[in-house]
Design a protein around this ligand. Structure first.
Ligand SMILES: [Zn+2]
Length: 658
């Protein structure tokens, strides 16, 4: 009896000795894998989830959150976030954190790296407006800048096929020479080594549109080699969507790479109702063994630049050339003919939205044009007493192609049908914006603020299009699996503590097309890498986001055999004339003198000692009969590869008898 008491005492001491940084009690835990919710407590230590289960009442934490009535889920992953630059303007990521997003995947066609003088010149208006200096050229440089800057959310990115094309070819409308293509491939390889998630395209825009399928396959093969995926804004989401899908499938097959269809939709009034056919096409490809998935934002309107209304051919040469060309009456006539004429291969936003009433201006860069934000092209044309297409072209000229617009081009039934597919994840397709500061200057698309709460409130709670658990799976583990984030997207001990806690009874988007810059309701707490970023619905100002590097970062995780990297100590042993020395014993001893590896050289004099564990400090010995032995101190951290070569001196011959 006494003994039992002692045991009980010991157990309770053990339990109360456990101390977490954060303990979330009494919540309904939805783990992200699609499993039904369970009651569990979640403990956080540092940046990781340390405990999931029922915590003894005696367990203590620096901060305890009572999540009674709330859902505790993995942080949401935005499959197309677009915040790589916005975060440098305002690191808070307000519109993301307030809807529960903790990780963003980004880099659509034109990516944050590589950069050169040409790409920076093209972005100058924007960079100057926000007083931004670009001090990086490579993806690694950007990631370092982001780390220094701080970020509200984690960021992983693709390298854009268009970005590498612009660095090598500018905005010329021609195929690359074989040398130029090889250079583009090198740029993709560099970005993969820096941690890109794969290759991306956005094929309705110039100069992306100038790339042939073969060019894209050549680039995708490089991404594939280093474990990346291919993500695409396909060449047409309207009249020629099937052909555009087939192109993406061909790239997937011929480059041997998984395919992600970005912002999956059927666009253009004339195509409404075709979602079933489009889904069948994708299901067919999956059945044939192609790894293809998609993501979407839950709205019937798209958003892109106003200039995107004008077919890609007219954009050749870059911003200056494009804006100048739009002033030519002959060019304006050609644009009009193409947009008003019968269907063509280009994505025709003018026709797809039903014309000027379906296009809403949401952001301008030039302050003098602010009055047009929030107006449709039809309204602007009426105010200016102009033909609508002329009004559109004149606005693109006046704002130097920096205007953003919303396009009402989709149908609610198609949106819902796509949402129900098990392989469709979620993205906002809109960079972080805010209610204060420089990122609050313009209007936005409501998806910027409400995509996730809209699914949880409207489509799960009100309309039962999805179950809560499946919606959360799509927002978390499906996305994480897609871009190979192996320690995020689920609530599991050992995973990073990216956690979103919301009220399933009240969560809802409130941003509208008329009044878009309004934070969603019902998201109560958000942790990013264990950092409390949203507390009772309010931003804390703490930023816990990190760069998320892809599979080939410094080749750390990528090896053809799928095994973790095996580093080594290697080199060549020669005599003092430079000839390789066979039969030399090279050995490595730890600080206690114990031998941890050895190798005997052959004809080529090379040695190689493969080591799994840290050896610091260690000593490398090279010994051979007839030669003076040599030694070298070695600092081996268990992952680096070291190269030490020795040139051994012949041992002095014994003095002759006198
Ligand atoms: Zn896009």
């Amino acid at each position: 009896m006494k003994r039992a008491c002692f045991l009980l005492l010991l157990l309770s001491t053990l339990a109360s000795a456990q101390h977490y940084d954060v303990l979330i009690r009494n919540g309904r835990v939805v783990d992200g894998a699609g499993n039904p919710w369970v009651y569990a407590d979640v403990g956080i230590l540092g940046d990781r989830i340390a405990f999931i289960g029922r915590a003894d009442p005696a367990v203590e934490a620096s901060r305890t959150i009572d999540a009674k009535g709330l859902v505790v889920a993995p942080g949401f992953i935005d499959m197309l976030g677009q915040s790589e630059i916005s975060l440098l303007i305002d690191k808070q990521a307000t519109s993301k954190l307030t809807q529960g997003v903790t990780t963003e995947i980004t880099g659509e066609g034109e990516s944050i790296a590589p950069q050169d003088d040409f790409t920076l010149r093209e972005a100058r208006d924007f960079l100057d407006h926000f007083h931004l200096t670009v001090d990086w050229r490579t993806l690694d440089g950007y990631f370092r800048r982001l780390e220094q800057n701080g970020s509200g959310v984690n960021i992983g990115t693709f390298v854009g096929a268009t970005q590498v094309r612009e660095v090598v070819l500018g905005k010329e409308n021609r195929p690359p020479t074989s040398e130029e293509l090889a250079k583009m491939q090198e740029k993709v390889e560099d970005a993969m080594f820096d941690g890109a998630l794969g290759l991306s395209t956005s094929l309705i825009y110039a100069p992306a549109n100038y790339a042939s399928t073969d060019e894209l396959i050549a680039l995708a093969k490089i991404a594939s080699k280093y474990g990346g995926i291919y993500a695409s804004h396909i060449r047409n989401e309207g009249d020629s969507e099937m052909q555009a899908l087939d192109e993406a499938f061909r790239i997937g097959r011929e480059a041997g790479i998984p395919v992600e269809i970005w912002h999956f939709k059927v666009s253009g009034r004339q195509n409404w109702g075709k979602m079933r056919q489009v889904i069948d096409r994708i299901e067919q490809a999956r059945a044939q063994g192609l790894d293809v998935t998609a993501d979407q934002y839950p709205y019937v309107a798209a958003a892109t630049s106003l200039g995107a209304t004008i077919p890609p051919n007219f954009h050749a040469g870059g911003q200056e050339a494009f804006v100048r060309r739009l002033q030519d009456p002959e060019v304006r006539k050609q644009i009009r003919d193409e947009l008003m004429g019968p269907g063509t291969a280009i994505e025709n936003w003018w026709r797809g939205t039903g014309g000027p009433d379906g296009i809403l201006v949401v952001s301008v860069l030039d302050p003098a044009l602010k009055k047009y934000e929030g107006l449709t092209i039809a309204r602007i044309a009426a105010d200016q007493k102009k033909d609508p297409l002329d009004a559109l072209l004149d606005l693109v000229i006046a704002d130097r192609d920096n205007t953003g617009a919303v396009y009402f081009s989709m149908n609610e039934e198609d949106v819902r049908l796509a949402m129900r597919q098990p392989w469709v994840s979620v993205g906002t397709d809109y960079g972080a914006v805010s209610t204060t500061g420089p990122l609050s200057e313009s209007r936005s698309h409501p998806r910027a603020w409400g995509a996730y709460p809209r699914i949880l409130g409207k489509y799960v709670r009100e309309e039962h299009v999805l179950t809560l658990e499946d919606a959360i799976r799509k927002m978390t583990s499906l996305a994480a699996q897609r871009v190979k984030l192996t320690d995020r997207g689920l609530l599991r001990t050992g995973y990073f503590a990216d956690i979103t806690i919301f009220d399933p009874a009240t969560v809802i988007d409130v941003a509208t097309f008329e009044d878009p810059n309004r934070p969603a309701k019902g998201v109560e707490y958000v942790f990013v890498n264990g950092v409390l970023s949203l507390d009772r619905g309010k931003l804390t100002g703490q930023t816990g986001g990190r760069p998320l590097r892809g599979p080939a970062w410094l080749a750390r995780d990528y090896y053809p055999d799928g095994l973790p990297p095996r580093a080594k100590v290697e080199g060549v042993i020669t005599d003092d004339n430079g000839w390789p020395l066979p039969r030399t014993t090279v050995s490595l001893a730890d600080s206690t003198g114990k031998q941890v590896g050895s190798y005997q050289t052959k004809k080529d004099g090379r040695y190689q000692i493969v080591l799994a564990d840290l050896c610091d400090p260690c000593t490398l010995h090279a010994e051979r009969m007839g030669f003076a032995s040599a030694r070298q101190a070695v600092h081996y951290n268990g992952a680096n590869s070291l190269w030490f070569s020795f040139s051994l001196k012949r041992a002095p011959t014994a003095p002759a008898d006198q």
